[in-house]
Design a protein around this ligand. Structure first.
Ligand SMILES: NC(=O)c1ccc[n+]([C@@H]2O[C@H](COP(=O)([O-])OP(=O)(O)OC[C@H]3O[C@@H](n4cnc5c(N)ncnc54)[C@H](O)[C@@H]3O)[C@@H](O)[C@H]2O)c1
Ligand SMILES: O=c1ccn([C@@H]2O[C@H](COP(=O)(O)OP(=O)(O)O[C@H]3OC[C@@H](O)[C@H](O)[C@H]3O)[C@@H](O)[C@H]2O)c(=O)[nH]1
Length: 347
């Protein structure tokens, strides 16, 4: 009898497909073979670091390097338990694996708007290909969905029961609707084929290894402060976000994958800040001499965003540990090293 997964969506699931017979071979090394799509990216490379700490894990990264970099994985290339494949998930992938962390998708709005048709293909066809792989080999699959599925939320803070307020034809729809379709596909494969699914709704995440010029607010402000440039607050400046440090995020993703709840589950830090407050924090912590300048925003920018993480606390026994002011300092050290701009010695 298949272990019924707690998904709270009232769906009766068929038994999961039979996994590879190798899984139960008595001579089979007790290695968990884990595929991380998008593993050369910001969150993915930190996830790989954590997965590789367990000597029972073999990790395969599939990435097309659209926004990721081999540099993020340099310490693992050549390691006997690690493989890196240049692969675009919009093409099928045939691998024998036990778990799939499906992170492949550009996360920065600048990048996901750069080629919106490719972004929605990645979210729809890419997720279909990964679900097809999971079905073929009986793997458990986790999707990194996003708080953007709530759109410009009319409920605040956002719980997983909120269906969202999303523009279906806007410049962000390739990502917002793409991720919503990806979630739909995950649940349809779960109900129709018994696939073991996990869905994380990730809220704004920051930390070392973010692309310095990928246009996201935390990376922009820190790079600007270090370079002595004005902090570019996009109007109205009173819009809010809630920022989760990447190490907390990775811990949450692994708890979700290794637990028995399908999700969707919000993973984020409920600490909510306006962009002006964030700018003031960066100014105070990194460079009090910089100025703040107001710049134009882009269409459909959500006015508020804050996760209700009750479900993550109760179901995953997870909550974030790193507060923004501490996380910003850790990120500053990484950016200073990469920009080769040392801290000024205190006079
Ligand atoms: N960072 C955040 O604040 C945040 C918030 C919500 C959701 N997420 C989600 O988490 C995941 C990782 O985000 P991130 O911040 O690490 O972004 P990122 O852009 O740093 O990483 C994405 C990775 O996916 C790869 N990729 C993109 N398209 C691909 C394709 N078609 N085939 C193969 N690889 C492809 C990129 O090269 C990159 O390595 C994404 O799915 C993103 O939507 C991130
Ligand atoms: O330089 C900047 C950049 C951005 N902003 C503002 O900061 C806020 C956050 O913008 P970001 O581009 O960092 O990120 P967003 O909140 O739009 O998306 C982010 O969270 C949801 C995830 O799914 C996305 O992958 C992630 O990038 C927006 O209100 C934006 O207008 C600035 O004020 N200044």
């Amino acid at each position: 009898m298949a272990q019924k997964e707690a998904n709270g969506n009232g769906a009766t699931t068929r038994p999961p497909p039979t996994p590879s017979p190798l899984r139960f071979s008595k001579f089979f090394q007790a290695n968990m073979r884990i595929l991380v799509t998008g593993g050369a990216g910001f969150i993915g490379s930190h996830l790989v670091d954590k997965l590789m700490e367990n000597e029972k894990n073999e990790v395969i990264v599939a990435d097309n390097f659209f926004t990721g970099s081999k540099d993020n994985l340099k310490k693992w290339i050549g390691h006997p338990r690690f493989e890196l494949i240049r692969h675009d998930v919009t093409e099928p992938l045939l691998l024998e694996v036990d778990q799939i962390y499906h992170l492949a998708c550009p996360a920065s709005p600048i990048f996901y708007k750069h080629n919106p048709v490719k972004t929605i293909k990645t979210n729809v066809i890419g997720t279909l290909n990964m679900l097809g792989l999971a079905k073929r080999v009986g793997a458990r699959i986790l999707l990194t969905s996003t708080s953007e599925v709530y759109g410009d939320p009319l409920e605040h803070p956002q719980t997983e029961a909120y269906w969202g307020n999303v523009n279906p034809i806007g410049v962000r729809s390739c990502y917002d609707e793409g991720k919503r379709v990806a979630e739909t596909l995950m649940f349809d494969y779960h109900r129709q084929h018994g696939i073991e699914i996990r869905i994380a709704r990730i809220f704004n995440t920051y930390g070392p290894r973010m692309n310095i010029d990928d246009g996201r607010v935390v990376s922009n402000f820190i790079a600007q402060a270090i370079r002595g440039e004005a902090l570019t607050v996009q109007k109205p400046g009173t819009q809010t976000r809630s920022f989760c440090y990447v190490a907390d995020m990775v811990n949450g993703l692994m708890k979700l994958m290794n637990g028995d709840n399908t999700g969707p589950i919000n993973i984020g830090n409920p600490g909510e800040f306006t962009m002006l407050e964030l700018a003031e924090n960066v100014k105070e912590l990194i460079n009090p001499e910089v100025t703040v300048t107001m710049t134009e925003n882009t269409p459909d920018d959500p006015r508020q965003r804050k996760p209700d993480i009750t479900k993550a606390k109760e179901v995953l026994d997870w909550e974030p540990k790193v507060v923004l002011r501490d996380g910003l300092v850790l990120m500053e050290d990484d950016f200073r090293e990469r920009l080769a701009v040392p801290k000024k010695s205190k006079a």
